[in-house]
Design a protein around this ligand. Structure first.
Ligand SMILES: CSC[C@H]1O[C@@H](n2cnc3c(O)ncnc32)[C@H](O)[C@@H]1O
Ligand SMILES: [Zn+2]
Length: 435
């Protein structure tokens, strides 16, 4: 019997095979793992802490496998443009004014939003990584973080320094926050990092067992120049520079052809589908069902809050299922169960992090979703509701690594009012400096 326990009682548990069964979940808070799942554990255990899940679904904490959390500060700052114009005309000039304190404030706002909507784990590509690490540590979440590298437009010395920073922070912070933080080297994309430095960064990362995360095949404007210049598809180039290894994960993968899908499956690199960002920037529709059929690990990401415009992964779940059908011209494509799996187990596997399943021995990363709201009545099929009807605001409790981060919709690890107020103030100042 574990010595320090948390009991999640009275709910229905979403099992890894997508069955939903009435059961309590007993967690060892010391090692952060699930120790028992079964009916009526409440009657024969005195747990140190209990969470009431009655009427709700106990599911794996959601995994937001691609975001830039601090971009909450730029939410609504620039809309209705395609990726390239949006980045060059609005986002990059504003980001040039970001301070470390801004990144801390924007990240904390992002974490509050994610915890509120049941996300326990995320991948973050941004600047000022020590601030991101400190925020994740305080919030109690799990993350794979990294410094995003852009070398185009920089002189040799500045470009090298950017690569060095990505490698240095990846080495320094791997295992931080009692192991809840892991890292990756994060070249921004195949077109914004020059080939020699991209090769160096990937080789050094892999030599140290560090995965690589990048944006890839997001827009036609990004794919066409690579094909024109190199006479090969972008992912053939990515493979050639070595960044399709098993632990690597690519954001977007919208414009991938059959050869690239086969390559991803063969190399076992994962794709993070970001449907809301792809729709808002009119980047295109990723062939998600084709990727799944080929055996590629597919996860879900919100991307940053400036292209989404929120960090609620339940929105992504629904968007992925809906857009997957539209893209395949087939209403049976990306069914509810597949969407829920992408948002949970697919994310954990893509990021090579614990979690993603409610089973004995797994990490106690959980979301408890209330099924009381009118938009969830009746509940013929809970998995259908998780994909098509649940909203982030239906999440009642969020638990990561055995620690309760949100209890009865109250965030316990961060001061939500202060986080929101600080982010509001810093966002106003940031935008004033950028204009
Ligand atoms: C170098 S840190 C990360 C970098 O990525 C930018 N970004 C945000 N959303 C997207 C997207 O959809 N595609 C490519 N790049 C994106 C972000 O603003 C940072 O500059
Ligand atoms: Zn992105």
């Amino acid at each position: 019997m574990a010595s320090d326990t948390l009991l999640v009682s009275g709910g229905r548990v979403l099992r890894p095979d997508s069955d939903v069964v009435e059961a309590d979940v007993l967690v060892d808070r010391e090692d952060g793992r699930i120790v028992e799942i079964g009916p009526d554990l409440a009657t024969d255990r005195d747990a140190d802490e209990t969470l009431d899940a009655s009427g709700g679904i106990v599911m794996p904490g959601l995994v937001n496998a691609h975001t830039h959390a601090a971009m909450t500060l730029l939410r609504g700052y620039a809309d209705d443009k395609p990726l390239d114009a949006w980045l060059r005309e609005d986002i990059w000039p504003a980001e040039a004014e970001l301070t470390a304190e801004d990144v801390r404030a924007g990240t904390e706002l992002g974490l509050v939003e994610m915890i509120r909507s049941g996300t326990t784990t995320f991948a973050d590509m941004y600047f000022h990584v020590p601030e991101v690490v400190a925020a994740v540590d305080e919030a109690g979440m799990r993350a794979r973080v990294g410094h995003g590298v852009v070398t185009v437009g920089k002189d040799e010395e500045a470009a090298r320094a950017d690569v060095r920073e990505s490698l240095d922070v990846a080495r320094e912070y791997d295992g931080a926050a009692d192991g809840r933080i892991r890292t990756a080297v994060m070249p921004h994309s195949l077109t914004t990092v020059d080939e020699p430095l991209l090769r160096e960064a990937v080789a050094e990362a892999h030599a140290d067992g560090i995965p690589v995360h990048t944006h890839a095949n997001e827009t036609r404007d990004e794919v066409e120049p690579i094909v024109a210049e190199r006479s090969e598809r972008p992912l053939a180039y990515a493979d050639d520079v070595g960044l399709l290894s098993e632990a690597d994960f690519l954001a977007h993968g919208v414009h991938v052809d059959e050869t690239e899908i086969d390559l991803l499956a063969e190399r076992e690199a994962a794709v993070v589908h970001c449907p809301a960002s792809n729709m808002k920037l009119a980047s295109g529709i990723a062939p998600v069902q084709d990727l799944l059929d080929a055996g590629v690990t597919v996860a879900l990401g919100t991307d940053g809050a400036a292209s989404n415009n929120d960090l609620d992964l339940f929105d992504e779940l629904r968007d992925a299922a809906m857009l997957g059908k539209l893209g395949a011209d087939d209403a049976s494509a990306v069914p509810a169960e597949a969407a829920v799996t992408m948002a949970t187990r697919g994310g954990a596997e893509a990021l090579s992090l614990p979690g993603g399943r409610v089973e004995v021995g797994a990490a106690a990363d959980l979301a408890v979703v209330d099924f009381d709201a009118p938009h969830l009545a009746p509940a013929h099929d809970p998995v259908s509701h998780l994909a098509y009807a649940v909203r982030g605001s239906d999440v009642r409790h969020t638990i990561c690594d055995g620690q309760v981060l949100m209890r009865d919709r109250e965030i316990l690890t961060l001061d939500e009012d202060e986080v929101v107020e600080t982010a509001r103030r810093r966002a106003v100042d940031l935008v004033a400096r950028a204009e």
